[in-house]
Design a protein around this ligand. Structure first.
Ligand SMILES: NC(=O)c1ccc[n+]([C@@H]2O[C@H](COP(=O)([O-])OP(=O)(O)OC[C@H]3O[C@@H](n4cnc5c(N)ncnc54)[C@H](O)[C@@H]3O)[C@@H](O)[C@H]2O)c1
Length: 345
């Protein structure tokens, strides 16, 4: 097969990671890059040796013969740009969160179906050796029935792009819950084989952002800009099989150090992901199994998978439909936090 022609929309932090990864996949030719800021588009084109750059993604879709695009722009643009690309007959990998809410995410799935094109949500953690190893232990029955999962990404000082799109609810959809939960909520749901969510009770807090404190490294700050999102959110999610997921995500908190965890409680075994360990009983003893984990570039593995799906005409992992369910949960967390009531799904 000929090379897959790719365009990257958005030449910010993650756009450059996509560009870097694509340039190391032999079956890919990056034909063009887009950024609304011309300098950024031009610089990205120069640094990665890309023949064309644009400031309008629609112009790129019209002029280039693309097989695929990466959507790497602020959250509120994910759904409209993805739908436009799919309608133009182009396969899409869209960065997380899939959209700013489930309704927008559903439009993306509908457009993929209507145009018979691939829609993949960029959830790079699925491609980490840590997650793949735990999934294999689960598939081989070592954990038994997983009835409880706890996931969290807690930062001491990590508010991205203070005052820019990240902290503006209209553009981001929310704070750390929508920014960080898609990664680990997705993992918990995947490890548990996607039981249907039935209830959500959520809470949100904004203690540091409104004081212009605890800025992080991601994103581009805009001094004097808005902060109208949470800086910590947590929730308890009930699933139809009786299992529960606890999720906590923060950009800023008074804790000892940044903490990222995914803990699974199964009736035959348990698991921790960071670092990866399996806990069970053997020969009358409680034991800890420590698998040897390979360091992989999960962004690269994710994009290789996307390219392979295009070449083979197969469905990607993770699927758009799974992304919609994650977005329904996130919508319900925000609604519950706003109303103070449990949301039934
Ligand atoms: N998978 C991950 O680990 C990961 C990590 C970081 C960010 N992300 C996601 O990637 C997306 C982008 O985040 P980022 O950190 O790169 O943000 P960023 O602000 O660094 O980059 C966004 C880029 O999009 C450009 N842009 C804005 N509007 C545009 C338009 N209409 N047309 C073309 N370009 C436009 C901006 O000029 C900017 O260069 C977000 O949805 C974020 O959640 C994912």
């Amino acid at each position: 097969m000929e090379k897959i022609n790719v365009g990257v929309i958005g030449a910010g932090s993650i756009g450059k990671i996509h560009l870097q990864a694509y340039t190391s996949i032999p079956d890919v030719r990056v034909s063009a890059v887009v950024d609304i800021i011309e300098d950024r588009a031009r610089q990205a084109a120069e640094s990665f040796g890309i023949p064309k750059y644009y400031t309008d993604y629609r112009e790129m879709l019209e002029k280039e013969k693309l097989d695929a695009v990466s959507v790497c722009v602020p959250n509120y643009l994910h759904s409209p740009m993805t739908v436009d690309a799919l309608n133009a007959g182009v396969n899409v990998i869209c960065e997380k969160p899939m959209a700013i809410n489930a309704k927008e995410a559903q439009k993306m799935v509908d457009a993929a179906r209507a145009n018979n094109k691939i829609l993949m949500v960029a959830l790079c953690w699925r491609f980490s050796d840590e997650a793949k190893t735990i999934k294999e232990f689960i598939n081989q029955g070592y954990l038994g029935n997983i009835y409880y999962a706890k996931v969290g990404i807690l930062r001491l000082s990590g508010i991205p792009g203070m005052g820019g799109w990240f902290t503006n609810k209209d553009k981001s959809g929310g704070g750390p819950l929508i920014d960080l939960a898609p990664h680990f909520l997705d993992l918990a749901m995947w490890f548990m084989n996607h039981p249907r969510p039935v209830s959500v009770k959520g809470y949100t807090y904004a203690k540091f952002g409104p004081l212009n404190k605890r800025k992080g490294n991601w994103g581009i700050p805009e001094p004097g800009g808005k902060f109208d999102v949470e800086d910590l959110g947590c929730a308890i999610i009930g699933l139809e099989n009786g299992a529960t997921i606890f999720v906590e995500m923060s950009w800023a908190s008074n804790i000892e150090r940044d903490t990222t965890y995914c803990t699974l409680f199964g009736d035959k075994g348990g698991a921790e992901m960071m670092p990866t360990k399996i806990f069970t009983e053997m020969a009358g003893k409680y034991v800890e199994i420590v698998p040897r984990i390979e360091k992989v570039n999960s962004y690269l593995e994710e994009l290789k998978h996307f390219v392979q799906c295009i070449k083979d005409g197969t469905s990607p992992i993770p699927k758009g439909e799974e992304g919609v369910i994650d977005m329904q949960i996130i919508d319900a967390i925000y609604e519950s936090a706003r109303t103070g009531k449990e949301v039934r799904l």
